[in-house]
Design a protein around this ligand. Structure first.
Ligand code: HEM
Length: 431
C-alpha cells in the first residue's frame, strides 16, 4: 500500500496543514507512523527524509506527542544534554504510565523487565553500569580480539561458493558478528541458534510499535536469555578468565550492578551483533552500487577506515534513536516538554547538508565524517570499536580473497520495521 498522498510535500501549505518551523508545512493529518512503516519509504527513506529535514530540525507529531529530530545540530544537542536521557520511564505517555499499567499489563511487564540496564538508564546509574565495560570496549583493549575476528572471518569465507549465486547475508553478513559475540562471552557454539532467535525476538523492543505477538515472543526470549546468562555466569564463577565474563562477575560480586542489571547488560552486549550485521550488508551493497568508489578502495586499502565511516553515514543500521525529556528542553526553536519522547531519525541527520557537503554522495575519502550512526553523548554506542574492527577485517578479507564481487540479483531491504535498516538478502557472485 502506498501512502504517497499523505507523504510530506514541502511545497504544499494548504488549509489545515500543520505548521512547521521555517514556514513550510506538513499535509493535514500527516501520520508519522504510517510514513515510517511505509514499504516504499523503508526501501529508500532518503527522499522523504530530505523533505522532512527541509521543513525543520524538530517536529512535533500532534497525534502521539512524539518529537522527531531530523537535523544534525538539533540531534547532537538532544543527545548531549542532561535534560534528556534514555530512561523511558520519563516518557509520560509511554509503557510506564499509570494508564498503561492498567490497560496493557503485558507491555508494562515486558519493559519493566527490560528496563534495568545501561541503555535505559540516566545519570548516575548509567555511568555506574557503563563504567563496568567502558574500558574493555575501547579500541586499545578491543584490539586483543583482532586474531579471533580474523579467524571467524576466514572460516566463514572458506564456506562461500565461487562462480555461483548465493545470499551474502545468510552465508556471511548475519553469522559473522553473531559468532564473534559468542566468542567474546565464551559461549559454546551449540548455543548460537537459540541465542540468535532470542536476539531477533528482543530486537523488536526498539521498534516503538510492536504487535502483541512480538511482545509475547520478546518476553519469552528475554526470560530464557537471562536464565541462560545467569547459568553461564554461575558456571564460570571459579574460572572467570580476564574478559567480559570476569568484568560482569566482578561487578555483580562487588555490588556495582545488581543481578537484573548484570543479566540485562550482558544480554544487550551479546545482542549488539544484530546491528553489526547491518554494517556488513548495508556497506557492501553501497560499495556495489558505487563501483567507482569500490574500485578506489580496492586500489588503496589505506582508505578502509574512512570507507567504513562513510558506509555508516550513508546507510546507517540504526534508524531511530530515542530520548525521553527529563526537563523541558529547547531545541531548534521548539520546546520539547518534560515527559515527551523525542526520536532522532538517523537517515536524515547523517545527510544534513548543514554538516555534510554533498550529503547524498557516497565518498569513501570523506574526512572529517562526524556521522551519528552510533548515536551521541553519554550513550554513544559502546560497541562502536568492535563494530568498526569487524567491518574493517571483513571487507579487507573479502577483497583479499575474491578478485570479483558482483551482485547476482536484487537486494531485499527489511520492510517490516522502522528502527533498523538492513538487508533481508543480498544475492552475490564471487570469483
Ligand atoms: C554497526 C554496528 C552498530 C551500530 C550502528 C550501533 C548503533 C548504536 C546506537 C545508535 C546506539 C544508541 C546511542 C545513543 O542513544 O545515542 C547504540 C548503543 C549501544 N550499543 Fe551499539 N551499535 C552497533 C554495534 C554494537 C555492538 C557490536 C555492541 C556490543 C558490544 C553494541 C552495544 C551497544 C550498547 C550496550 C549500547 C548502549 C550504550 C549506552 O547506553 O551507554 N552496539 N548502538
Amino acid at each position: 500500500m502506498s501512502h504517497s498522498q499523505e507523504k510530506v510535500d514541502a511545497s504544499r501549505a494548504g488549509a489545515g496543514a500543520v505548521a512547521a518551523p521555517g514556514g513550510a508545512s506538513f499535509p493535514a493529518g500527516f501520520d508519522w507512523w504510517t510514513l515510517l512503516m511505509d514499504h516504499e519509504y523503508l526501501v529508500n527513506p532518503y527522499p522523504e527524509l530530505k523533505k522532512i529535514r527541509e521543513l525543520g530540525g524538530v517536529h512535533e507529531d500532534p497525534a502521539t506527542g512524539i518529537y522527531f529530530v531530523t537535523r544534525y545540530r538539533e540531534f547532537n544537542q538532544m543527545a548531549k544534554t542532561t535534560q534528556m536521557g534514555r530512561d523511558t520511564r520519563f516518557w509520560a505517555n509511554g509503557w510506564n504510565s499509570p494508564e498503561n499499567k492498567v490497560r496493557d499489563p503485558q507491555t508494562y511487564e515486558l519493559f519493566t523487565e527490560f528496563q534495568p540496564q545501561m541503555i535505559n538508564a540516566n545519570a548516575p546509574d548509567h555511568r555506574r553500569m557503563r563504567g563496568v565495560y567502558d574500558k574493555a570496549f575501547r579500541p586499545g583493549d578491543m584490539a586483543r580480539y583482532i586474531p579471533l575476528i580474523e579467524q571467524e572471518c576466514r572460516q566463514l569465507l572458506d564456506t562461500l561458493p565461487t562462480n555461483a549465486p548465493f545470499d551474502f547475508m545468510t552465508a556471511f553478513g548475519n553469522p559473522l558478528p553473531h559468532l564473534i559475540s559468542l566468542k567474546l562471552f565464551d559461549i559454546p557454539a551449540e548455543m548460537g541458534e537459540p541465542i540468535g532467535k532470542w536476539i531477533a525476538a528482543l530486537s523488536w523492543l526498539g521498534n516503538v510499535v510492536m504487535t502483541p505477538e512480538q511482545k509475547r515472543e520478546a518476553q519469552v526470549a528475554q526470560r530464557e536469555f537471562k536464565d541462560f546468562v545467569r547459568d553461564h555466569l554461575a558456571a564460570r564463577a571459579k574460572d572467570p578468565g580476564d574478559g567480559l565474563i570476569s568484568l560482569s562477575l566482578a561487578a555483580a560480586a562487588e555490588g556495582t550492578m545488581n543481578e537484573e542489571e548484570t543479566l540485562n547488560n550482558v544480554v544487550m552486549l551479546i545482542s549488539g551483533s544484530r546491528t553489526s550485521l547491518t554494517l556488513l550488508g548495508n556497506g557492501l551493497i553501497t560499495l556495489l552500487k558505487h563501483p567507482d568508489e569500490f574500485a578506489k578502495l580496492r586500489a588503496n586499502r589505506g582508505l578502509m577506515r574512512r570507507a567504513i565511516e562513510e558506509m555508516l553515514r550513508f546507510e546507517p543500521g540504526s534508524s531511530l534513536i530515542p530520548r525521553a525529556a527529563i526537563h523541558d528542553f529547547q531545541c531548534g526553536g521548539v520546546r520539547i516538554p518534560a515527559g515527551a519522547l523525542a526520536i532522532g531519525l538517523v537517515g536524515a541527520i547523517n545527510r544534513d547538508p548543514e554538516r555534510f557537503d554533498d550529503p547524498d554522495v557516497f565518498d569513501i575519502t570523506r574526512n572529517p565524517n562526524p556521522h551519528s550512526a552510533f548515536g551521541g553523548g553519554a550513550h554513544v554506542c559502546i560497541g562502536k570499536a568492535l563494530a568498526r574492527m569487524t567491518g574493517e577485517i571483513a571487507f579487507n578479507a573479502l577483497m583479499d580473497r575474491f578478485e570479483s564481487i558482483e551482485l547476482a540479483g536484487d537486494p531485499v531491504w527489511w520492510t517490516d520495521r522502522s528502527d533498523q535498516r538492513g538487508l533481508e538478502s543480498l544475492p552475490l557472485k564471487l570469483a
